[in-house]
Design a binder for this molecule. Structure first.
Ligand code: MEV
Length: 324
């Protein structure tokens, strides 16, 4: 329901970040992926008619980012993804006026936590709210994907799906389904502090796989086995084997060239502090590490160890209690 702010009608929307448990990069080449929404790392958007001028600010945690859609040419820059999603929504809904969107972002951009999909999801929801449009999840996903394709090239859709999901998902070939989780554990997410650019990372992996088709087949087949066994362990509540699977997947990601010494150091620190397993999450070459731990004090211990090892920020996310 749209509302009024200072006498102006406005619409509001919200979406959240995501953490890929397993399947980043290989999902672009046909494997499934498993991802968790991060409901506490949210983006809030406010849309109102009118507005002029260029975007102000850049997507940044704790800062406002503003753009006007329906006006000029969209700048060819990955941070324009959310605006592209809104432009497409305005085109589909035959709305021919300018719309100003202001985004408040809790999650850091370019850290593999799905900030561009969350910004696009929140922005489209706010514009839908402003014009009283009902958008189903499938239509919303398509619009967010328009922004993601613009921002990241050939995006698999896992970020868009998870930004809109209310619980963990199994994502395969453009379709998401809720994933059963019987595991009472925690994911500790640690930010290396280094930016992770999705488009060049995806392009580099694609080139590597194309150069060595046999190696590619082996890696993708192994990835698929690991993702399937992780889903079974999640459902059965088996933390220790799931942790080993994360480490094996991290080996594959290292082979694909997207790990870094900083990521490897955080993985090692998490294991020394008692994590079941750890790996990078998202596009890599910077960004975040995700560790699987027992909940409670064990997770707090791993989080503290990750900070001592150089993480600039950490978050603890329960695997349990989210609707699936
Ligand atoms: C980025 O969050 C995940 C990647 O697999 C890209 C994609 O799936 O589109 C690296």
């Amino acid at each position: 329901m749209n509302s009024h702010r200072a006498g102006v009608v406005c619409g509001t929307g919200r979406a959240h970040g995501k953490a890929i448990l397993l399947g980043e990069h290989t999902v672009v080449h046909g494997t499934p992926a498993i991802a968790f929404p991060l409901p506490t790392l949210a983006v809030h958007a406010v849309a109102q008619p009118g507005g002029s001028g260029a975007s102000t600010g850049v997507p940044q945690a704790g800062r406002q980012f503003r753009f006007v859609a329906g006006a000029d040419r969209v700048p060819d820059d990955p941070s324009s993804g959310p605006r592209v999603a809104v432009e497409e929504a305005l085109r589909r809904w035959e709305i021919r006026e300018r719309v100003e969107v202001v985004l408040d972002c809790d999650l850091p951009p370019a850290r593999g936590l799905g900030s561009s999909a969350a910004c696009a999801g929140a922005a489209v929801r706010a514009v839908a709210d402003l014009y009283d449009r009902t958008v189903g999840t499938a239509a919303l996903y398509e619009l967010v994907q328009c922004g993601e394709q613009f921002a990241h090239g050939r995006a698999s859709g896992v970020d868009a799906s998870t930004a809109l999901a209310t619980g963990p998902i199994w994502f395969h070939a453009g379709t998401a389904r809720p994933l059963a989780v019987g595991l009472d554990a925690a994911l500790v997410i640690a930010d290396t502090g280094a930016a992770s650019a999705t488009q060049p990372a995806v392009a580099a992996v694609r080139e590597q796989l194309a150069r060595d088709p046999q190696g590619a087949q082996r890696i993708l087949h192994h990835a698929e086995e690991l993702i399937e066994s992780a889903a079974a362990d999640l459902a059965a509540g088996l933390a220790a084997p799931l942790g080993r699977t994360l480490l094996e997947f991290q080996d594959l990601l290292r082979e694909l060239g997207v790990s870094t010494p900083e990521i490897d150091a955080l993985v090692t620190a998490a294991l020394h502090a008692g994590a079941y397993g750890a790996k990078l999450t998202g596009a890599g070459r910077g960004g975040c590490v995700l560790a699987l731990t027992e909940p409670g004090s064990a997770a707090a211990r791993v989080s503290a160890a990750l900070r001592r090892a150089g993480a600039v920020q950490t978050w603890i996310v329960p695997t349990h209690g989210m609707p699936s």
